[in-house]
Design a protein around this ligand. Structure first.
Ligand code: FES
Ligand code: FES
Length: 157
């Protein structure tokens, strides 16, 4: 066992963990943050994406021990109480999800992406989404959702 202290959504969590424990399992089973979904468990689907020190990272390819001393943000960090983040609101309004399994990971990537590129083109959004698999939507409503969120975040709507 190793001792780690990970800051998750602004709160420091100190735990003794197995060295092989994945960050995705740490978030879900140690912290009960079930918003981080686990699909393929080998870095392909993107469902487990969180922000690690502000950048998207696959929680299924990251050991909890590697996150020690670092900051993790999960999908639970986006909403402000009952007020949805503009990305969440846009996904709700534009039907950007069906089953929702891929959604948390896409929201975390999109939050990083829009911070870097506040006024993206559809092509840029599609390129950014290339690291995420969605089996339901056909992606078009996800692209529409991110465009709508970009407009909302810039005060254009
Ligand atoms: S569960 Fe991590 S990329 Fe699929
Ligand atoms: S909404 Fe079902 S996988 Fe994307």
């Amino acid at each position: 066992m190793i001792e780690i202290a990970v800051t998750v959504n602004g709160t420091v969590h100190e735990r003794m963990v197995e060295p092989r424990l994945l960050l995705s399992d740490f978030l879900r089973h140690e912290l009960s943050l079930y918003g981080t979904h686990v699909g393929c468990e080998h870095g392909v689907c993107g469902a487990c994406t969180v922000l690690l020190d502000g950048r998207p990272a696959r929680a299924c390819l990251t050991l909890a021990g590697q996150a020690g001393g670092h900051e993790v943000e999960t999908v639970e960090s986006l909403a402000d109480g009952a007020t949805l983040h503009p990305l969440q609101q846009a996904f709700h309004e534009q039907f950007g999800l069906q089953c929702g399994f891929c959604t948390p990971g896409i929201l975390m990537t999109a939050s990083f992406f829009l911070a870097q590129n506040p006024d993206p083109t559809e092509e840029e959004i599609r390129a950014e989404l290339s690291g995420h698999l969605c089996r339901c939507t056909g992606y078009a409503p996800i692209v529409d959702s991110i465009l709508a969120a970009a407009a909302a975040l810039q005060g254009r709507t």
